[in-house]
Ligand binder design. Structure first.
Ligand code: SAM
Length: 208
């Protein structure tokens, strides 16, 4: 596939602002050197440590479901290569900010390098267990989780601002993408179809 083919495919699945953010984020800067020629394949790719950079269509769908706007504060759980955080950073603009948390220190370092190369300055990468969230910067307008969990982690729900949205894959052999919205009455859950993600490993995720 080419970069233009990826964008064409995304136009049928996501809104214009998502397509524009993906168009402005060079995926080749977020994949390891030896597989840069595969950067515009619409599939997950290995980034080391047994982990993957998500497929562009999945990043696009999750950004669309999250409904990101300029100025928002976002928590991103599972930084990986930093690509998904970079696309969200374009959508929230310079007045918004992405706090991205990764449990594997080597990947956090890889992501910081990639984000610097892509000249993205509104993402902060932190090392830790994102299944407990990142309370020091809460509440968040949006939370994005890029690993499948046994259930929606309670601390993530609690760190959402009223009206805030959380997108997360949940399940084991069958995983579903859930959208959790914090309402005046509590939490509303919508289902957005079957997905395949690596596990979220941590206190409110799967155990090692
Ligand atoms: N969003 C990433 C990208 O754009 O490259 C892809 C993320 S990859 C599918 C999932 C990531 O979640 C892996 O890097 C993994 O190490 C990380 N992870 C798993 N459990 C975690 C946890 N409890 N807290 C933070 N990161 C976690």
């Amino acid at each position: 596939m080419s970069r233009e083919a990826i964008l064409e495919m995304l136009r049928s699945r996501a809104g214009d602002r998502v397509v524009e953010a993906v168009a402005r984020t060079p995926r080749e800067l977020f994949v390891p050197e030896d597989i840069k020629h595969l950067a515009y394949e619409d599939c997950p790719l290995p980034i080391g440590e047994g982990q993957t950079i998500s497929a562009p269509h999945m990043v696009g769908i999750m950004c669309d479901v999250l409904d990101l706007h300029p100025g928002m504060k976002v928590l991103d759980v599972g930084t990986g290569s930093g690509y998904h955080a970079a696309v969200m950073a374009k959508m929230v603009g310079p007045e918004g900010h992405i706090y991205s948390i990764e449990r594997v220190a080597g990947l956090a370092e890889f992501a910081r390098h990639n984000l610097m190369t892509a000249e993205i300055t509104n993402v902060t990468v932190v090392v830790g267990d994102g299944s407990v969230g990142l309370p020091e910067h809460a509440p968040y307008d949006r939370i994005n989780v890029a690993g499948t969990a046994p259930d929606v982690p309670e601390p993530l729900k609690e760190q959402l601002r009223p009206g805030g949205r959380l997108v997360i894959p949940v399940g084991t052999s069958y995983q579903e993408l859930l959208l959790v919205t914090r309402t005046k009455e509590g939490f509303k859950i919508e289902h957005h179809g079957g997905v395949i993600f690596v596990p979220l490993i941590g206190r409110y995720g799967f155990k090692l």
